[in-house]
Write a protein that binds this ligand. Sequence first.
Ligand SMILES: Nc1ncnc2c1ncn2[C@@H]1O[C@H](COP(=O)(O)OP(=O)(O)OP(=O)(O)O)[C@@H](O)[C@H]1O
Length: 250
Amino acid sequence: MVSLTLDNLGASYGRTRILDGITTGRLEGGCLTAVVGPNAAGKSTLFKRIAGLIKGDGKATLEGSKRGRDGICYMPQDTGANAVLTVYESIVLASRQGAGWRVGEGDLAEIDRLLESLNIANLAFRNLGELSGGQRQLVAIAQALARNPEVLLMDEPTSALDLHRQIEVLDFMRRLAAKRGMAVLIAIHDLNHALRYCDQTLVIAHGKLIASGRTADIVTARMLRETYRIDARIETCSQGLPHVIVDAAA
Ligand SMILES: Nc1ncnc2c1ncn2[C@@H]1O[C@H](COP(=O)(O)OP(=O)(O)OP(=O)(O)O)[C@@H](O)[C@H]1O
């Protein structure tokens, strides 16, 4: 199964140093890893650096990969829209990236399954340009998954979704990561979602990795105070799951 390890990863925009010395253990296939931290901490920059969209020092090493760099897919925060294509066409196109232009029945069946799983089959023949923000985000997730990545970097994939859709997508991602053996990194602001769905968590602040490990060990009152400047408690809900209760800005 694939794994991704970051070793002293850094990046700059011009002369401004944005990321510095990001080193992790193995981020394993089959797992969801939350990447959390305040606005402008460097989460998107980290994803772009891992995906090779920006250069920098250090290295991101893939082990057990069949496709090397081509197996890494970055799903950006702003998903944009191309009004000329239908949803279905855009997903077929995405699925062909780096795979040649021949589309078999199996490929189309796989796309149909993806649309069903994300509950967007009803959008298949709509133009991208006429979708709502949330619908566009769901289509962007389908496009990313259609590329069959070994490592998927999702930049705030649920930010435009209603609560029902957020839960549906994160639950689906967890099951799909396990089924495909795909390593999924998700930049996410909702720490309760991280606690519920992500096996492990990386905390980025001011371009540095300040904590990493099992999500329940990482999301603590102390981390929330030091990283987010809020007073909060972690309480166990009636189902036995840890939950962040925010009291006030510190
Ligand atoms: N293309 C760019 N040129 C110059 N600076 C940039 C560029 N892109 C991002 N930055 C800067 O890099 C820093 C980190 O930005 P980044 O988008 O990685 O943060 P983030 O943690 O993803 O933030 P958010 O949670 O707000 O999405 C910010 O100060 C931002 O202004």
